[in-house]
Design a protein around this ligand. Structure first.
Ligand code: ZN
Length: 175
């Protein structure tokens, strides 16, 4: 079952998600539903459970037809710098160039409960950082410089007010 994607202003996006304590059939079904929601979305490539209103530490992504899920993920190492124009399924139509570490090493559990480490640079590194942020109530706005945040907030408000057709800027790779 596909869920509705929560957007900015919904308090669930600012809340801390709980660690998953038992990986059971319910969690497996939730992961399936997260993928279904992701595939039904417009250009989404990754999704965190809070984005569908579920306060659990679960992230899914699908880059190059390789669906992956990680439970209770934690960034254990990060280095380098990488600027990427980020877009978020929960902030429709907003795209902002954001500087973050390039490479991260993440530890968590797979869907069978095995400990796994996942490493990523560039887009993959960005997906992991952006989605893990969602588990802690952190949005793109919180990763911007104060000037960027001010401009992006104003632009986002304007985008949501206008009923006119939205500019089809890179509607690709929403996180
Ligand atoms: Zn997002």
């Amino acid at each position: 079952m596909a869920y509705e994607i929560r957007t900015f202003g919904d308090p669930v996006l600012k809340a801390e998600a709980s660690a998953v304590t038992e990986i059971n059939g319910k969690i497996a079904r939730l992961v399936d539903d997260m993928f279904e929601t992701l595939y039904e979305s417009d250009s989404g490539i990754a999704l965190a459970a809070p984005q569908i209103g579920v306060q659990k530490q679960i992230v899914v992504w699908d880059l190059d037809d390789a669906p992956m899920a990680i439970i209770n993920p934690v960034v254990i190492e990060s280095d380098g710098e990488f600027v990427y124009t980020e877009g978020c399924l929960s902030l429709p139509d907003l795209f902002v160039e954001i500087l973050r570490p390039n490479h991260v090493l993440v530890r968590g559990l797979d869907i069978d409960g095995n400990e796994v480490e996942i490493e990523g640079s560039e887009l993959m590194g960005r997906v992991l950082q952006h989605e893990i942020d969602h588990l802690h109530g952190v949005l793109m706005f919180d990763r911007m410089t104060p000037d960027q945040r001010k401009a992006a907030m104003a632009e986002y408000r304007k985008l949501q007010e206008t009923t006119a057709a939205k500019p089809q800027r890179r509607r690709l790779r929403l996180l």
